[in-house]
Design a protein around this ligand. Structure first.
Ligand code: CA
Length: 405
């Protein structure tokens, strides 16, 4: 450490020397173990979307621990107990490896699981471990993940509020409008509402929100693949005047042809990809020209390692990436670091602004499990500057939320 400040003339040299010294210092360090945690908390107000309902929130976290006691946190997106089993399957491949060699470890996990996991929760398990490795590597190198990913294009990331789920109530429209107004009053400049109950009902809800919000707030809709192609075309046609920024998961994630046809016939940009996995999956989505906006979930699609590659592939298809994010502060921090490095397309002096999903639906895990909490100012969140992801897990809340496991 002493040598760094003595000789470094530029941040680049500084970083190279730092890297060399730490590679040397940590060259023999090994990963000692992995711990998995399934955190669960019941909800005060159960809610549902077009596919099913939630009465509790649950997530699987992984802590990757090095020989010197330093550690990184990761999170998987999907059924938590299944992801935990996947992490236990992959753990022997990771233990004993050097935590600085993140992409090499990724390849090892990928090759061992490819025969069973071209998609699905085993990829989410791999993703959780990969995120933890980036966090750990950042801490060992004394750098935030955004720097390790290639460097920040922005210090703050625009976020959109995801909410407006359905609840059992006499006045669902009133509830949706009130919730949307609340997010707007908190400074969010973009909101995403749920649709997928039926075209006429959905149109009524979208019209009510647009009317309540005025034209200064961006509005997006998410059908969670509840529509047939004909219904999606009908919704897109009838909602064309509502100034909707994107229409998410209109049809089945398996229906690439449906996506492609809808995109040709919809004036509203089409978004999708939260059910897609790995670079090869996104190649299919992108090469079929299915979406205007690709939405990989970092905690499912292959971790930070693979999502960075997906972002590069998307840019080659002139497609922007707005990651899906529906977890705790670990998932959200991973998203902030990645999005801070992205170059939106098309490139121009006044570029389109990169954006990240910020789930605002009831989730005590997200609100309590990690520190520090993220503050929304003018619809944007600052990218953490501490080494690694820049978030840590509160041990007391971890105990509380994992006590039934
Ligand atoms: Ca979604």
């Amino acid at each position: 450490m002493f040598y760094i400040n003595a000789g470094a003339k530029s941040p680049g040299i500084h970083y190279t020397i730092l890297n060399c010294i730490l590679e040397k210092e940590h060259g023999k360090m090994k990963i000692k173990g992995l711990e998995t945690y399934v955190a669960t908390q019941r909800l005060e107000t159960p809610f549902y979307f077009s596919q099913f309902g939630f009465s509790a929130r649950q997530t699987c976290l992984v802590k990757v621990i090095a020989e010197d006691g330093s550690y990184g946190w990761g999170e998987g997106y999907g059924p938590a107990s299944v992801i935990r089993a996947g992490i236990e399957f992959l753990a022997p491949l990771v233990i004993g490896e050097d935590p600085l060699h993140v992409e090499a470890i990724w390849s090892k996990m990928h090759l061992r699981s490819l025969d069973y996991a071209r998609r699905g929760v085993l990829v989410a398990a791999l993703s959780a471990i990969d995120i933890a490795l980036w966090d750990l590597r950042g801490k060992l190198l004394g750098q935030p993940v955004s720097i390790l990913l290639g460097g920040q294009r922005r210090e703050k990331v625009k976020v959109y509020a995801t909410g407006m789920y359905f609840v059992e109530t006499e006045d669902l429209v009133g509830k949706l409008v009130e919730e949307a107004r609340e997010y707007a009053s908190q400074g969010f400049q973009a909101l995403k509402m749920k649709i997928g109950l039926g075209v006429e009902t959905d149109l009524r809800h979208a019209q009510a929100l647009r009317q309540a919000l005025g034209d200064d707030v961006e509005l997006m809709v998410d059908a969670n693949h509840a529509y047939s192609l004909a219904e999606a075309i009908s919704f897109a046609r009838q909602a064309a005047g509502l100034n909707i920024s994107f229409f998410e998961e209109p049809v089945s994630p398996e229906d690439y042809e449906g996506y492609r046809e809808l995109r040709q016939r919809s004036a509203i940009p089409i978004a999708g990809g939260e059910c897609e996995y790995l670079l090869a999956g996104f190649r299919q989505l992108l090469s079929n020209r299915c979406v205007d906006i690709a939405q990989p979930d970092i905690c499912a699609a292959g971790g930070l390692t693979e999502t960075k590659r997906i972002a590069t592939l998307a840019s080659a298809f002139q497609t922007n990436l707005i990651p899906h994010s529906w977890g705790t502060g670990i998932a959200f921090a991973a998203g902030l670091h990645l999005v801070s490095t992205l170059d939106p397309v098309p490139g121009r002096l006044r570029m389109p602004e990169a954006m990240l999903e910020m789930d605002r639906s009831e989730n005590p895990l997200r609100d309590k499990l990690t520190t520090p909490q993220f503050e929304v100012v003018d619809g944007r969140v600052a990218v953490p500057t501490a080494p690694g992801l820049g978030v840590d897990v509160d041990p007391d809340y971890l105990d509380e939320f994992c006590k039934d496991e």
